[in-house]
Design a protein around this ligand. Structure first.
Ligand code: COA
Length: 230
């Protein structure tokens, strides 16, 4: 464990309560996309943060094993990670492409709510270090996720929707998604879950002009918008 993490771990789990406090916690951060080339040291740092957020979340977050996160990346899924000024990971989210193998727990997502599952990118396991919560880290992660969803991969077009599943009683997470213009479904039981969840979605392409431009760039058709505006 490095020095920075030891320092952060001893901080009280409270949100900023003064402008000075806020500025200290919410120093500029950068957001990167991680893929199968991510080195083990970075992955270990990410899993350390995950366990820390899991412990602080009172069961609201599912614990993932390092092996499952490694498999996630090896199968072609991605991670967006926020780094502090001293290059420590302070937040991340898993990005999963539903048609690819290796992503856990997304088979039962409500794709009927958004169209073909190939048009979606799922956001999973959003984790922000308690010390840095309330600073807009999630907002930056979602912006980067949106960029990833907009970027076509070889042989396939960009995604239309960001989709996530949140347990009904996770008001913090629901609030974070709602504040970033995600729309919620009605709470319901999903698969074998013993608790109810909501799905949240947000359209990646906001205007027909953007859709049209992306379609032309991808050379996938006649020039008509790929998707009608919602
Ligand atoms: C949920 C979580 C990712 C949010 O991260 P964050 O970086 O603090 O989020 P941001 O600072 O970008 O945004 C917080 C937003 O959520 C809202 N919010 C926070 N707590 C809330 C609550 N209890 N009820 C309603 N809204 C809440 C805030 O109003 C804020 O909106 P604003 O930007 O419009 O002011 C973070 O709290 C976390 O890691 N929680 C534990 C793990 C977890 O539950 N992950 C989600 C699994 S799906």
């Amino acid at each position: 464990m490095d020095q920075h993490h030891q320092e952060v771990a001893t901080e009280p789990n409270t949100k900023p309560n003064s402008k000075r406090d806020f500025n200290q916690r919410c120093k500029p951060i950068s957001v990167v996309v991680m893929d199968h080339r991510t080195d083990r040291k970075t992955l270990a740092q990410l899993m350390w943060l995950h366990r820390k957020v899991y412990k602080a979340s009172n069961g609201k977050l599912k614990l993932r094993k390092p092996k499952s996160v490694l498999q996630h990346l090896q199968a072609g899924h991605k991670i967006v990670a926020a780094n502090s000024v001293d290059s420590q990971i302070i937040g991340f989210a898993l990005l999963a492409f539903p048609e690819k193998p290796g992503a856990t727990n997304i088979d039962e997502y409500r794709y009927d709510w958004v169209g073909p599952k190939e048009d979606c990118m799922a956001i999973q396991t959003v984790c922000v270090d308690p010390f840095h919560q309330g600073c807009g880290v999630t907002k930056l992660l979602f912006e980067k996720a949106n960029e990833v969803a907009k970027t076509p991969e070889i042989g396939r077009k960009a995604r239309r929707f960001l989709l996530a599943k949140i347990s009904e009683d996770n008001s913090e997470s629901r609030g974070a998604f709602a504040s970033k213009e995600f729309i919620e479904s009605t709470p319901d039981y999903v698969g074998n879950d013993t608790y109810r969840s909501v799905f949240v979605k947000r359209e990646v392409w906001s205007t027909p002009v953007e859709i049209e431009a992306a379609r032309k760039k991808q050379k996938i058709g006649s020039g008509k918008p790929a998707y009608p505006p919602c």
